[in-house]
Design a protein around this ligand. Structure first.
Ligand SMILES: CC(C)(COP(=O)(O)OP(=O)(O)OC[C@H]1O[C@@H](n2cnc3c(N)ncnc32)[C@H](O)[C@@H]1OP(=O)(O)O)[C@@H](O)C(=O)NCCC(=O)NCCS
Length: 147
């Protein structure tokens, strides 16, 4: 299930954030600010553990109305199960969207492979965007199909 972020998600989000972006994790004030700015496009993926009848947060995506992906991350225990794809595909279905784009660390080959698989293309590069590391700009437009 994908639904908008709520305050009770914050602890789980901070945990995933710390494990996903150890070099520069967002803190709780940043997430609350992002929620204030983008209440409809700060989305979380909820896993339901059928046997234990328990819900847990599997991942999240934050993007702006004009298509800038600010963050996407999936809990390390739940990667490669299609959660990232579902979150990204939800963003791709935003009405009137002209494009989606994001910055990705040059060293983040897993994320590059992920975006490429979903149909994003590298369209640029920002030198030293992350201080001592370049960012690749990856982009998708509705005309591009998933490979
Ligand atoms: C990138 C990320 C969000 C992907 O989420 P995910 O739920 O694991 O991705 P999915 O299971 O939906 O993957 C869809 C496809 O993308 C590709 N893919 C995903 N992760 C990959 C990886 N690490 N290496 C190679 N290909 C990968 C695969 O083709 C995969 O399909 P398959 O598993 O059937 O082969 C997740 O790895 C993550 O949270 N990484 C840390 C945070 C991060 O780097 N975010 C992006 C910052 S720009």
């Amino acid at each position: 299930m994908i639904r908008p972020f709520s305050f009770s998600d914050l602890d789980s989000i901070l945990q995933i954030e710390g494990q996903s972006f150890p070099k520069s994790p967002y803190d709780w004030t940043t997430f609350l600010n992002l929620h204030t700015l983008y209440p409809e496009t700060f989305l979380v993926y909820i896993n339901t553990n059928q046997s234990q009848k328990r819900e847990e947060l599997g991942g999240y995506i934050i993007f702006t109305q004009d298509g800038h992906i600010i963050s996407i991350a999936v809990h390390p225990h739940h990667r490669r199960k299609g959660i990232g794809r579902e979150l990204l595909q939800r963003a791709m279905k935003t009405p009137h969207l002209k494009k989606l784009w994001a910055e990705v660390r040059r060293s983040n080959q897993g994320a590059q492979a992920f975006y490429s698989k979903i149909g994003f293309q590298i369209t640029g590069m920002v030198p030293n965007y992350y201080g001592n590391e370049d960012a690749l700009i990856i982009q998708w437009t509705p005309a591009i199909r998933e490979s």
